[in-house]
Design a protein around this ligand. Sequence first.
Ligand code: IMP
Length: 401
Amino acid sequence: MANLVVIGTQWGDEGKGKVVDLLAEQADIIVRFQGGHNAGHTLVIEDKVFKLSLLPSGIIREDKITVIGNGVVLDPWVLLKEIKQVRSQGINISADRLLVADNTPLIMPYHSNLDQAREKATSNKIGTTGRGIGPAYEDKVGRRAIKAGDLKDVDLLWKRLKVASEYHGFEVQQVFDEIITIRDEFLQYVNPVAEWLNEQADAGKHIMFEGAQGSMLDVDFGTYPFVTSSNTLAGMASIGSGVPHNKIPNVIGITKAYTTRVGEGPMPTELHDDVGWHIAEVGKEKGTVTGRDRRCGWFDAVQVRKTCMLNGCTGIAFMKMDVLDQLSSIKICVDYIDNTPVYEEMSGWRTSTIGMTQYSELPIQAQQYVDKIEELIKTPIVLISTGPERDQTILLNDSLF
Ligand code: IMP
């Protein structure tokens, strides 16, 4: 397996967790490179359900090394809590299998407070997760962030907090005391990661980069201002880890068989009728992080074609097609005229595809749906997911696995 990056091609929640976990089997190292604990990955492994928001999905495979790269904004309290929770589910997490880049900016308590207060006060609501992601990225570019490695030197930490407090107006002593209580426990994971990752890549180790959110939430190319505060596109894997782009040849785009979105902002193919409710119910479309209902709609091929281009997708994993099993007709947005979606209607298959493992098993209408989308988005579909379990998968291209 060549090094690869896995990203969402829509508005997040495409089902990255399952694919990342499948691909993790072949990887030696799994890296998160952007976002923070606004992400939510649900992994179903046999009878266990793991809900991760910050730890790379590879953490649940004990023979893998996982990395939180500098492109992430990291809440150290949340990290330690999540480690505890995953450990309580029987997974061994030690400092030799979880590395945090020392140049990773931290989310501090004042960031989440600010995020929530702003959302309450503004007339321009984004519907953020309220986790402090935006304010933490602002501090990073505003050159007043506290970075993970700063905790190694308490004098430096104090100085950095003072600079941040000039802007945010918090009591330095209080925040200092709070962070000092978790300092040792947190620092055991903190390392200069970029050099190590490059050495591993040069030694032929397989690295998988795990994206969070989705391409339409990218701060540059998404539906601005209704976006997250990081670059979610594949190119960010390099910047957010220090591994140059020419060492990451494969880009797997995760695409749901329909569209969902959490939070505010445009969603042209949104359904406000029974079909939308049906998709939401069958697809269990509730946010992993905030528990909010996701807005549901038809597949937008124009959007996914564009995000495949922006990411340079080399293959698509097509998720949750079984959610459409009972529909008598299915629409695909194939074009826009005056900002209004133009749909092509196809007949549904009205039979269960759950758990199918061969393309040839799929009803002909489902095959036609897959083929049509592949043609429209101009990118090969390499995997079709037919349920949440690892083995509920149709592999169309074994070369990645
Ligand atoms: P923030 O990332 O908390 O700043 O929220 C900005 C926007 O991104 C909001 O619309 C969130 O609902 C959305 N968002 C953030 N993380 C995720 C995710 O993992 N999946 C889907 N939407 C997300």
